[in-house]
Ligand binder design. Sequence first.
Ligand SMILES: Cc1cc2nc3c(=O)[nH]c(=O)nc-3n(C[C@H](O)[C@H](O)[C@H](O)COP(=O)(O)OP(=O)(O)OC[C@H]3O[C@@H](n4cnc5c(N)ncnc54)[C@H](O)[C@@H]3O)c2cc1C
Length: 387
Amino acid sequence: MADVSYLDWPFFEDHHRSLAADLDAWAKDHIPPITDTEEAHANVDATCQKLVRVLGEAGWLKYSVPAAYGGVHEDLDVRSLCLIREILARYSGLADFAFAMQGLGSGAISTYGSDALKEKYLPSVANGEKIAAFALSETDAGSDVAAMQTIIENQSGQYIANGEKTWISNGGIADFYTVFGRSSSNATKFNAAVIDADTPGFSVDQRIDVMAPHPLATISFNNSSGQLLGEEGAGMRIALGTLDIFRTTVGAAALGFARRALDDATARAQSREMFGATLADQPIAQEKLAEMALDVDASALLIYRSAWTKDVKKGRVTREAAMAKLFATDQAQLVIDKAVQMFGGLGVTKGVKVEELYREIRALRIYEGASDVQKIVIAREHLKKKD
Ligand SMILES: Cc1cc2nc3c(=O)[nH]c(=O)nc-3n(C[C@H](O)[C@H](O)[C@H](O)COP(=O)(O)OP(=O)(O)OC[C@H]3O[C@@H](n4cnc5c(N)ncnc54)[C@H](O)[C@@H]3O)c2cc1C
């Protein structure tokens, strides 16, 4: 493992340190052969399905669900989720994605679901048998989620969904979807429901190809029957509460990408000979490395402050999670850009890790609340405190 001195910070307990060491050792042997190839990206569905299975068999997906349903901790432990995302991201964006979506796709069930829903879905999320997805965004309701048009309404005790969702990660390979919709066409209340992929009326309408390939799709529901998740009318609270847990972990994935970029750039600078010395001997290169190292540590501090606050203090961490996500994703973009620069022509060459990181980081500044939206959230929380 690269620099692990941050694990001595007071945010962590001994089991977190063991988790980080064990996962890193496992990832070294199991992750590169699966994802470090063009072929893996060309066949992104099969790669992700395989990654979920492998992560499940190795026991890492247990961290995505509570202990009573096949997990490790009584409640989701955000520090563990962050450490796992950070470490997997250092090896492979797709491995991080496969892990992250199991948690996000089932997180609302873990936190707000009935015992029956938990028993039905969570054990198979934890062992990798079922793939989960989170369906909130729509074409005209991305940042402005409350503009969503999908309807999930109670029709004689059955919850029936009608509408279209887009940008859905795992769309097309998921076994079930956590879906959000209005409680009727003119309602200001929203419902959350779990809908199985084999439910009549469900369809995958279009696959979406993005710059760092992941399974993504536009999906739709046509009189599809769902299972209500949480209380009727509580859908928006459930969506935002779930994002509150997982938003910090997006920052952690960005941190993993940034750490990998810093490590690779450092090794390259120390070995690349120029002007009778190495790149690492050049003062301007040292300035870059210093800025990158500072961004990595500052991101880690914000991420693990947010995760610790959620785990130990409990309650909402809206402000802390927004700060962690905003700073870590934006700074990771800068760290990776500097790494690409230090690699010179090699940095933009396909097959070189920093080129892949340059593409992988971009979407993290957009999904689960774009950077601009995080600024709005932070400002709102800041001004609220002054009332
Ligand atoms: C790779 C990927 C995976 C995704 N996975 C999922 C998923 O699994 N489930 C799901 O539900 N969704 C998913 N999304 C959707 C994602 O959450 C949305 O793309 C995101 O919320 C932004 O919505 P939008 O694309 O409609 O952009 P818009 O809402 O049109 O926003 C465009 C831009 O406007 C800016 N902006 C937004 N609000 C403001 C404001 N108030 N003031 C100033 N500027 C602003 C931001 O820069 C933003 O990027 C995914 C997206 C991507 C790219």
